[in-house]
Design a protein around this ligand. Structure first.
Ligand code: URA
Length: 234
């Protein structure tokens, strides 16, 4: 691939900037030899200021989204993208989050530039489970498991009932919920329909992929094993 296009597509800068950096000797091969902007290169052979380049597409990431960050630039507040390197916002193809979490929800949020992967994860037909840990304002009633598993619960303003969801009580005011769909504010509205209120919400898993010990605000690349985990059991 031509060097200036490669580096511009990775979001480091415009092709004109790449030309300047090449002239200044910032972009080299592994032997430290400056490269011309129009050189035909293998991405793995290129160093930018002595560092390996970011991976080319397709790229997948997982982020531990902290409370207080929003997934949509239509909402007020800091954007989750601010937790990723600035140049990721300028990559071609574009990176986007795989679905959304509310500003007040924390936990596992995926990003990818691979449209087919994104579709496969969010498509209801894939039946990828999303696991949420919920803290509630009031004690559980006791019939939540039955109601959520029934496949008949209708949320306000909707015309199709929710698909059956898994439920496990973890304490008087704590529960784990397993969803196979993703409707707007679904978890909060489900507990709202039971006369309760969610005070803290955290997503721990998407499919078989878990957040693990990734600290809030931290991200890492998805490996091919992570992708296998993600689809395991779906
Ligand atoms: N359900 C919600 O209510 N909020 C989220 O962020 C995710 C699922």
């Amino acid at each position: 691939m031509r060097l200036d296009r490669l580096i511009a597509n990775l979001g480091y800068g415009s092709r004109r900037e790449v030309q300047t950096w090449c002239r200044q000797g910032y972009i080299t091969d592994r032997a430290g030899q400056a490269l011309r902007h129009d050189a035909s290169v293998e991405p793995a052979e290129v160093l930018f200021d002595g560092e390996e380049l970011d991976p080319i597409a397709p790229l997948g990431l997982m982020l531990h989204k902290p409370v207080g960050y929003t997934c949509s630039n239509k909402d007020i507040g800091r954007l989750v993208n601010e937790l990723l390197p600035e140049r990721f916002r300028h990559r071609t193809p574009t990176m986007s989050s795989v679905g959304r979490l509310d500003r007040e929800t924390s936990g596992l949020l995926l990003f990818t530039d691979d449209g087919a992967l994104l579709h496969r994860i969010i498509s209801p037909r894939s039946r990828i489970a999303k696991v949420y840990e919920v803290e509630l304002a009031d004690p559980l009633r006791g019939d939540e498991g039955e109601v959520f598993a029934s496949g008949t619960l209708m949320l306000e303003g909707e015309d199709t009932p929710l698909a059956p969801a898994g439920f496990e009580a973890l304490g008087e005011r704590r529960a784990r919920l397993v969803l196979h769909e993703g409707r707007y504010h679904q978890v909060r509205r489900m507990f709202g329909a039971m006369g309760n209120r969610v005070v803290a919400l955290h997503r721990s898993h998407v499919g078989g992929l878990e957040l693990g010990d990734l600290a809030a605000g931290q991200w890492r690349r998805l490996s091919s094993e992570d992708l296998l985990q993600l689809f395991a059991g779906a």
